[in-house]
Design a protein around this ligand. Sequence first.
Ligand SMILES: [Zn+2]
Length: 169
Amino acid sequence: MRKAIVVAVVVVVGVAAWLLLRGAFAEATEREGEPLGEKVIKTDAEWRRQLSAEEYRVTRKRGTERAFTGRYWDSKEDGTYQCTCCGQPLFDSAAKFDSGTGWPSYWEPVREGAVTLKADRDLFGVRTEVRCSRCDAHLGHVFDDGPKPTGKRYCMNSAALRLVPREGK
Ligand SMILES: [Zn+2]
């Protein structure tokens, strides 16, 4: 009986160590973006005043909105998606596609420098976090299972974005 307990403990500790090590050494793309204009830096209180509770939770506390609940997951409107915090253009509706995930998804940002990529490690491995390069708002994550031509899937939170319809249409 005691032997069985020892074996069980060894297995549990082994699996936990493997998960942690895998997360620590997994490859992640990291890249500092190049903002349009000056960086926007505000205090927590200023962000809280400016944003709705959900926008604040997602962008400043790295939250995730529930799938199929955001304002843009199903939007097909023509325009530019700006950062809801600082207004920097981030994505174009021309690069938006229906990923079936319930979050607005794009295969590329408007400019490579519009976003900053950070490694986001947890017990389940590593993901690549996407932030606005101007104000460091958390936007979502990017994955390698997107469509052509880039193969990327920028999986974003609607709450981090603000759609500005294209002018002259
Ligand atoms: Zn921003």
